[in-house]
Design a protein around this ligand. Structure first.
Ligand code: ZN
Length: 295
């Protein structure tokens, strides 16, 4: 079964990549989201937008080189092609400017992770007090109007709830996040936040980082943890909430799921656990539903 992955860091990883066109094709990827991640620790505020724009250019060049089909909306996804969508991780990228947000949209960015690991102009990260700032509210409202997905992965609990209040029945996502009740980590979502995302019609992409999954770092332990997080997310948010957000190239190799070429084996495990119909929802249908809301 072909799958959709909502998050990877291949655009900014300078090492040996997990997400290569060969691995994506072997794994049967239908759509890979590529995040233009701007590292606020390394780039001063005035240079962040310029860095994102140059990553957008790198994305276009990569897609040309690797024959990825660039999609800006759901209806452009082609079944026989390897489709690629551009996203941004770190809302500090827009330097507190809605014009810069709009510029990113015009460059093809269709999802933005509002915060990364530090407070920015938009809001607070996980583990910190505070939600959206007044500018953050304006930003999320503008994203809603534009049809750019608001991604709350890395955000604080309050930020998730603030976004939910603005979005109401417009889907928003946590592109690469797991469940705190299964394994405690501030980056994982609490049950209340899982429900808020599900209530909007949005999705949560299952993250493959061993540090978010389980203390047991063996391949078998990781496989069991991936299934346990999936099960919990479905139990709390329903079977329409779960999708995939690997975080490939932003994380060390997971011993059970080293790169996209290992996806067919994992999909088989999902089918065995949840049945063919629910596995298909996890792998693609739920993400496609959210993307269709971008049209
Ligand atoms: Zn991330």
């Amino acid at each position: 079964m072909k799958y959709i992955d909502l998050h990877c860091d291949a655009l900014t990883n300078e090492g040996v990549l997990q997400v290569t066109s060969e691995n994506l094709r072997r794994g049967g990827c239908l759509l890979q989201c590529f995040a233009a991640f701007v590292d606020v620790r390394k780039i001063p505020r005035a240079g962040r937008f310029a860095r994102a724009v140059s990553l957008c250019e790198n994305f276009a060049a990569m897609c040309k080189r690797e024959s990825y089909r660039v999609v800006r909306k759901f209806s452009e996804i082609e079944e026989g092609s390897l489709n690629a969508m551009l996203t941004v991780e770190e809302g500090g990228t827009i330097e507190g400017s809605l014009e810069k947000l709009e510029k990113l949209f015009s460059l093809g960015v269709r999802m933005m992770t509002l915060t990364w690991n530090f407070k920015n102009e938009i809001g607070a990260p996980n583990g910190e007090e505070g939600g959206l700032t007044p500018f953050g509210r304006e930003c999320v409202e503008r994203m809603k109007e534009l049809g750019m997905l608001a991604d709350v992965s890395h955000g604080s609990d309050r930020l998730v709830n603030d976004v939910a209040e603005i979005m109401q029945n417009t889907p928003f996502v946590a592109s690469h996040s797991n469940a705190r009740e299964v394994f405690f980590h501030p980056r994982n979502l609490g049950d209340g936040e899982i429900r808020r995302i599900a209530d909007s019609g949005g999705v949560i992409g299952l993250n493959f980082f061993d540090g978010f999954l389980s203390a047991d770092k063996s391949a078998a332990g990781q496989k069991a943890a991936l299934i346990a997080h999936a099960e919990h997310l479905i139990k709390v948010g329903g079977e329409n909430v779960l999708a995939l957000g690997s975080d490939f190239d932003g994380i060390p190799q997971n011993p059970c799921l080293k790169n996209p070429a290992f996806m067919p084996r994992f999909i088989e495990a999902l089918q065995k656990k949840f049945g063919a119909r629910t596995a298909e929802k996890i792998c693609r249908t739920n993400a496609l539903r959210v993307m269709s809301a971008l049209e």
